[in-house]
Design a protein around this ligand. Structure first.
Ligand code: MGD
Ligand code: MGD
Ligand code: MO
Length: 783
């Protein structure tokens, strides 16, 4: 391969990638993208860089036979490079041992994570399909993104529409909305991303148009910059995690002034009477009036009254970011927002109603193709055990322990082997010191990774995998009409192999190659997926070009089938004919099903429940700052944190901590200085940015800095790089959804006066070669 430029798709957009003499030399946005993301540039210099896993690597102690738990050796010992064939023999033998000795439920392969775009080389589909062919695995359900919403919304609306898809499209908002009230704001940095990739970034232009057309935007957030600077906005600041109180107070004003829509509530909802009794204080003696909410939210009473009146008088769109439900009782702001929108009575009207996550990705509110893209079939999982995804550390620490979830009493399986491909739990999980401890429990941890991430470093076995540009694939992106032939641009780096090839070779060793591969190589699977997509498209009258032409051209754009839609429009027009999939067929402002679970942390209608950690709790005496840990502007999660775009955003080499000038002055902190952020769970270093863009009492440290403990394998240990998840709590939202609560975290911040330890996250781990380990006890298959 000499010089070539090919199109490829990442979760942050589509790029023209150039290589010369087998090395990446250019990453330029696709010419069709009006608002491309700079994140792609981080692939240059990292794809072939020193942080790649080059060969299969085993933790030294594991090779020596150490399968015991709790010794703190994972994450601290050197690795030993092992030839592929030996590595595959060892992995197959270990999988076989565990499933024979302990059963398949002892294998945990939730394997949560975003991996890369590309339909075929989707790491999670690959690992799940492989493990299903050998008898199954304990799985995870729900997501870190919106787990609480995934559980509460089906009870209230009958589906997750309005969260993951079927939003009202932007065109109607542009034409009809007079007021947009955005809880959690609309931070455009997040709309750079679309799972599976995107062609055109269109979200920010849509909002600019809406505001240009006269809609007033209110950013309800502790952070000013949660609204795009380019559009005129009112910043309505409130204490973090108090949105539910504000929403209930708005409901109170609407009801007490008779501004609520009785007809809509009667025809389209159930349970308004229960809500009314609660909001007016009849059921618990506490009216949820603006005076009550002012004390909780910090928002002035008259501001709330005026806002409720304005919302009732105008065509109003209630938008809520996904972040609000990543908090203690995260189910409540979502249920309360729906309740508020129901009282306003504009659900199903153009420019009115509600929607979740309008800037959380590029996809929300875009017109839909009208058919489903196919994905790699995952087969059937014979194991029934599962966990809500964020309960992973609980599971590893409490085998056999019981927990409640969405009306069921469940127990944690006894996990002996963990298999992860395409995710970074040492990025995504909360309370990483606790995870370090939990992670010592299983006998074996196997990870597929292109890079030496913290998860790879904390594994026993790391198998090196290719990145997108080192293989052929197909991009069919959700809510986008661009299909990309993702052609291989460079040869695999080091000895990296595709996840598919690795699993196929393991399947051979375990006697299931045929059921796993069905006799197809990667290219044949890609053609098959394309053919299935063409069939689905044809069924709704959309033509796809023949595969050969598509592959030759490198991309194709499809005609969309649905150009405009109003969420719940058909339901509103005829609630009998378009019944929702709830027990009543209507929007359930009161849910008999949830009520019957008897959970005091999530009763039968939207309620205010004080978060365990927030500025109103007694813990704030000791840890007086509320930490928000949003998505990073300069990368996707932890991906390419070692790339140029992410590194440029660091302050003194650490993740940036935003702090208000008052809070900084009280601590003698100057802009650009290294600070210590700490609470009872952990501590990290970060680089201070002093700004009045967030309210006093609130600090913001984005996610994504590669976990960099000063004492690897020990817990707790000072984290050197600014990873907020050493501070966040590993607690479920409630017994209903058991989902992550990272946005309910209190901390203290101080100047860091000690000797600043260097960041070592971007240095590869110590590596031995086989002759350095002379006295192997000789695990099965080792030669
Ligand atoms: N405090 C706090 N924590 C959070 C959040 C928050 O708001 N605050 N947000 C949460 C949310 S919403 C999410 S979705 C999670 C995200 O958490 P993750 O999805 O786990 O994070 P990523 O960094 O995207 O991890 C993907 C990994 O896959 C690897 N990879 C890429 N391509 C391939 C491939 O082809 N094969 C294999 N085997 N690996 C590949 C990448 O190198 C990377 O290490 O984080 C959660 N954590
Ligand atoms: N650039 C970039 N974009 C991304 C991602 C990324 O890693 N990088 N990740 C993608 C993924 S996987 C997901 S799930 C989405 C997540 O999308 P979101 O969940 O919407 O994004 P966050 O950045 O976590 O939070 C948005 C804002 O909510 C505010 N906020 C937090 N708590 C509260 C609160 O209690 N009340 C109010 N009113 N506001 C609050 C914070 O100030 C924060 O800036 O983003 C996606 N987009
Ligand atoms: Mo997410």
């Amino acid at each position: 391969m000499e010089s070539r430029t090919l199109l490829t798709t990442m979760h942050w957009g589509t790029y023209e990638v150039s290589a010369e003499n087998g090395r990446l030399v250019g990453v330029e946005p696709w010419s069709g993208d009006p608002d491309p993301s700079p994140i792609g540039r981080s692939m240059l210099g990292t794809t072939e860089g020193s942080m790649r896993v080059s060969r299969p690597a085993f933790r030294r102690g594991w090779l020596e036979g150490d399968r015991s738990a709790g010794r703190g050796r994972r994450g601290s010992e050197p690795f030993v490079e092992v030839p592929w064939e030996t590595a595959l023999d060892l992995v197959a033998a270990e999988l076989d041992r565990v499933r024979v000795e302990h059963g398949n439920a002892a294998v945990y392969a939730g394997s949560y994570g975003w991996a890369s775009a590309g339909r075929f080389h989707h790491a999670q589909s690959q690992v799940h399909r492989f493990l299903n062919t050998i008898g199954g695995y304990t799985r995870s359900i729900l997501s870190y993104s919106y787990g609480a919403a995934e559980v509460i919304l089906p009870h209230v609306l009958g589906s997750t529409d309005g969260l993951t898809g079927n939003h009202s499209t932007w065109d109607g908002i542009v034409r009809h909305s007079e007021l947009i009230v955005a809880f959690g704001g609309l931070p455009w940095r997040n709309a750079q991303i679309q799972g599976g990739g995107t062609g055109r970034h269109e979200a920010s232009a849509a909002l600019r148009k809406a505001v240009g057309n006269g809609a007033r935007l209110i950013n309800v957030s502790p952070v000013r910059d949660d609204a795009p600077r380019a559009v005129e906005t009112e910043w309505l600041r409130l204490r973090p995690n108090s949105d539910t109180a504000l929403m209930l107070a708005l409901c109170h004003t609407l009801i007490s002034e008779g501004r609520h829509d009785e007809a809509f509530l009667a025809h389209c909802c159930t349970g308004f009477e229960m809500v009314r009794a609660y909001v007016m204080g009849e059921s618990d003696g506490q009216p949820k009036n603006p005076a009550w909410a002012a004390a909780l939210t910090g928002v002035a009473e008259d501001r709330m009254v005026a806002l409720a009146r304005e919302m009732a008088a105008k065509r109003t769109m209630v938008m809520v970011s996904w972040s609000l439900q990543r908090a203690d009782h995260g189910e409540q702001p979502y249920w309360a927002a729906i309740t508020l929108a129901a009282l306003l009575g504009q659900i199903g009207l153009p420019g009115g109603g509600f929607g979740f996550g309008y800037s959380s990705t590029n996809g929300a509110g875009r017109p839909e193709l009208g058919f489903r893209w196919p994905s790699l079939p995952q087969g059937y999982n014979k194991v029934s055990s599962f966990i809500p995804v964020a309960r992973v550390a609980d599971m590893l620490l409490n085998p056999g322990g019981s927990f409640e979830f969405n009306g069921a009493a469940l127990s944690y399986p006894d996990i002996r082997l963990v298999y992860w491909a395409g995710g970074n739990p040492f990025h995504h999980h909360q309370d990483l010191n606790r995870l370090v401890e939990a992670w010592q429990r299983p006998e074996t941890i196997i990870v597929h990774e292109p890079f030496w991430t913290a998860t790879a470093r904390h594994a026993d076995i790391v198998l090196p995998v290719t990145t997108t540009v080192e293989r052929n694939d197909l991009a069919f992106s959700n809510r986008d009409n661009l299909m990309v032939a993702m052609k291989q641009v460079i040869e695999p780096v080091g000895e990296a192999r595709d996840d598919y090839r690795i699993f196929a070779d393991l399947a051979t060793r375990l006697g299931v190659r045929e059921p796993f591969t069905e006799g197809r190589d990667a290219g044949e699977w890609i053609r098959l997926l394309y053919a299935q997509a063409a069939e689905n498209a044809a069924a709704v009258g959309i033509d796809m070009p023949p595969f050969e032409r598509f592959w030759h051209d490198g991309h194709a754009e499809l005609r969309r089938q649905i150009n405009s839609q109003i969420f719940l429009g058909a339901f509103r027009a005829d609630p009998e004919r378009h019944r929702l999939a709830t027990p009543s067929g209507r929007i359930e402002l009161f849910s008999l099903a949830i009520d019957a679970f008897g959970y005091d942390d999530c009763p039968g209608h939207a309620v205010w429940r004080e978060p365990l950690e927030w500025l109103g709790s007694s813990l704030a005496g000791q840890f007086p700052l509320h930490l928000l840990s949003p998505q990073p502007a300069d990368k996707l999660h932890s991906q390419y944190d070692h790339g140029s775009v992410s590194r440029a955003g660091k302050v003194s080499g650490r993740a940036p901590l935003l702090i208000n000038p008052m809070d900084a002055a009280a601590r003698g902190i100057q802009d650009g200085e290294i600070v210590l952020v700490f609470n009872d769970r952990g501590s990290c270093l970060a680089g201070a940015i002093v700004t009045d863009g967030l309210m006093p009492g609130v600090v913001q440290l984005p996610t994504g800095a590669w976990f960099d403990p000063s004492e690897p394998g020990q817990s707790p240990s000072l984290e050197k790089h600014g990873n907020p998840n050493v501070l966040t709590a590993d607690r479920g939202t409630s017994r209903l959804a058991q989902s992550p609560t990272c946005n309910s975290t209190l901390v203290q911040v101080s100047r860091f006066s000690g000797t600043v330890p260097p960041v070592t996250a971007f240095d590869p781990p110590a590596m031995l070669s086989l002759p350095d380990v002379p006295d192997l006890p000789g695990p099965k298959g080792f030669s």
